[in-house]
Design a protein around this ligand. Structure first.
Ligand code: NI
Length: 391
């Protein structure tokens, strides 16, 4: 066994206990006060230069190598979700209504332990490692863009950026990656439909926004099925419809919230006009009106071809060639995309699903949990990616 693997495995209990501590104390985006203190103190104890309160609750660590060279960014996201945990585990969330249901607790723990190991090897590094503990990945506008605005890519200037996400759709210990686009652009919109309220028994004296909303939901799907080239993937989902209070009253308004996912910015730019045109005209056809607010969210995440090849090489060393998979693109969003717009790099999945242990619930489920045995693998990936670039 090589010495890095040995070192990582000797810290297996530590990485698990950090993960459980963070899991037990989840915090929402830009409110990760306890989590970031924990990270700061840990990095300081490792003798790493630390800057706290970056983008409110983010932490940046810097490991300076013995010699000058490139700067490699390793990134983890640290925020939790507004979900009430349903798991019965010793490390169950003690913060009511909050839960690490996406694995960011694991991301944080893996990067902390990787930082410890890298700091021990700083004499072997030709260049620097920048450790980015990013707040608020889950909620757009997220922490990545804010960290970039606050200058985390400078002083020293980042040359390459890498990150990973645990994945409960992939068996534990498998590393999944692809070059080019890996995750989708994630936009959102709100439609407010104005009708005219009245008595449920006299619809002819009202303009029913519930009926208009229903027609709108169906009509909007024709964007996907009739207006976009079928070879360009797109998803349009209405996640919330709100209108009315009681069974016998026609309400005044209806509100729809939805998301659009696309794999390229050019297509994304064409969607607001389509949603506006259809919503306004459907409402008009039924004597009402509609107003659309559209918000462009995280851009598509693009993996650099050369750096993807590099990560595959490291992954083959860490988990073996037969455990490295070429994965399909995901229609999910990920704000690591902003860092990868600035510098080349790669983002990948670390499989964390274990059916035998019952750890196969989807991300963002109240029953989500993952196989902790993969935590040392993630830490080893971080360490070897950085050391490989800076050797
Ligand atoms: Ni996530």
């Amino acid at each position: 066994m090589d010495r890095i693997k040995e070192e990582v495995l000797s810290l297996k209990d530590e990485v698990i206990s950090i993960r459980r501590d963070i899991h037990k104390h989840p915090e929402l985006g830009f409110h990760e006060v306890r989590t970031s203190k924990l990270i700061e103190n840990y990095l300081k104890d490792c003798g790493i230069e630390v800057k706290g309160n970056v983008a409110k609750t983010g932490v940046v660590g810097l490991i300076r190598g013995k010699e000058e060279g490139e700067t490699v960014m390793l990134r983890a996201d640290i925020d939790a979700l507004p979900i009430e945990e349903m798991n019965n585990v010793s490390y169950k969330s003690v913060n009511k209504g909050l839960m690490h249901a996406c694995g960011h607790d694991g991301h944080t723990a893996m990067l902390m332990v990787a930082a410890k190991i890298l700091s021990r090897h700083r004499d072997e590094l030709k260049g620097n490692v920048k450790l980015i503990f990013q707040p608020s990945e889950e909620k757009d506008p997220g922490g990545a863009i804010k960290m970039i605005e606050e200058g985390v890519m400078e002083n020293p200037k980042v040359d390459k950026a890498f990150g990973m996400h645990l994945g409960n759709m992939i068996p534990a210990g498998i590393i999944g990656i692809k070059d080019g686009v890996l995750t989708a652009e994630a936009d959102r919109f709100k439609i407010v439909i104005k009708g005219k309220g009245g008595h449920g028994a006299y619809p002819h004296t009202s303009v029913d926004p519930v009926v208009i909303a229903s027609e709108t939901v169906i009509a909007l799907q024709t964007i996907v099925s009739r207006e976009v080239n079928p070879i360009d993937p797109i998803v349009l989902t209405i996640g919330k419809i709100q209108s009315g209070d009681v069974f016998n009253v026609i309400p005044e308004n209806a509100e729809l919230l939805g998301t659009v996912r696309t794999l390229n910015k050019k297509l994304a730019q064409t969607i607001p006009e389509k949603i506006k045109r259809i919503s306004e005209n459907v409402a008009k056809a039924f004597r009402g009106s509609a107003e659309v607010e559209y918000h462009f969210g995280y851009p598509p995440l693009i993996n650099d071809e050369k750096e993807t090849k590099y990560v595959i090489k490291i992954a083959e060393d860490v988990v073996g060639k037969e455990h490295v998979l070429n994965v399909p693109v995901s229609m999910g969003g990920e704000d690591m995309a902003y860092f990868l717009e600035k510098v080349p790099g790669a983002f990948f999945w670390l499989g964390s699903m274990n059916k035998e242990k019952g750890l196969d619930k989807p991300h963002h489920s109240a029953y989500f949990d993952f196989d902790e045995d993969v935590l040392p693998i993630g830490a080893e990936m971080h360490v070897k990616i950085a050391m490989g670039v800076l050797k």
